[in-house]
Design a protein around this ligand. Structure first.
Ligand SMILES: Nc1ncnc2c1ncn2[C@@H]1O[C@H](COP(=O)(O)OP(=O)(O)OP(=O)(O)O)[C@@H](O)[C@H]1O
Length: 235
């Protein structure tokens, strides 16, 4: 099947089972370059499994995921070796999870710089870029704090900075504000969306919260391992 011209990620007939549980039952999905896509649906419907397949964290039982970044050849993510998928995740993708998963013994600044250091950036340059991003996220004064010394919203903003510091093509967010109250959640999403819109980053964001989904350009609903609905949100 052809992919839509400007889709950066395309899933075709994705199926995945965990033992007897059919988590994905034939998903077709195109994510357009630069779009912010919200993935909603009941608990256990397959949202995280879908995100993991799109991001090359998990190889689907069957079906394909193709990744076509601007000016680069298309790659079949589901066919890459573990090593190549891991490399692709580091260079091209960013990840934010519900509970930031910051390293507790490192400062906010050092946490943000990790992906750059792993990608081989010089430490001075990594720290400079990390500090710049923390400032954009209103966290300049928090850069030397440990994660345990931050509020939930501040810690999630550090996690957002860490995910965006390598300027990824795609940001994958799994309930990025699921552990926050509505005010902190709004603050994290507003700043995150400002940065991704500016950079043209594509976003795939799982959320249970319709208010968070309202930040997206488009919403798809996953039920029983299949896409049950998808629509464009009003601008
Ligand atoms: N590692 C695993 N081993 C066994 N079953 C799993 C595993 N991961 C997910 N599942 C099952 O696959 C189905 C889909 O799970 P998934 O985590 O994708 O759902 P979800 O929509 O993200 O749920 P939630 O909103 O609760 O996070 C569920 O029935 C779940 O129990």
């Amino acid at each position: 099947m052809n992919t839509t011209n400007d889709s950066i990620l395309s899933a075709r007939d994705l199926r995945h089972s965990f033992g007897p549980t059919d988590a994905l039952r034939g998903i077709d999905l195109d994510v357009q370059a630069g779009e912010v896509l919200a993935v909603m649906g009941p608990s256990g419907s397959g949202k995280s499994t879908l995100l993991h397949c799109l991001a090359g964290v998990l190889t689907p039982g069957s079906g394909t995921v193709t990744y076509s970044p601007t000016n680069q050849p298309m790659r079949n993510i589901s066919g890459l070796s573990e090593q190549d998928r891991s490399r692709l995740r580091l260079t091209d993708f960013g990840f934010v999870f519900q509970f930031g998963q910051l390293l507790p013994e490192l400062t906010a600044l050092d946490n943000v710089s990790i992906p750059l250091l792993l990608a081989g950036t010089k430490r001075s340059e990594a720290l400079r870029r990390s500090a710049e991003l923390l400032e954009r996220l209103d966290l300049a004064s928090m850069s030397e704090r440990l994660p345990g010394e931050l509020s939930g919203g501040q810690a999630q903003r550090v996690a957002v900075a860490r995910a965006l510091v390598t300027a990824p093509s795609v940001l994958f967010a799994d309930e990025p504000t699921g552990s926050l109250d509505s005010l902190a959640s709004e603050n994290v999403l507003t700043l995150m969306l400002e940065l991704v819109r500016e950079a043209g980053t594509t976003v795939v964001m799982i959320t249970h919260d319709p208010r968070s989904a309202a930040y997206a350009d488009r919403e798809v609903i996953v039920r029983d391992g299949a896409i049950s609905a998808g629509y464009r949100l009003p601008v």
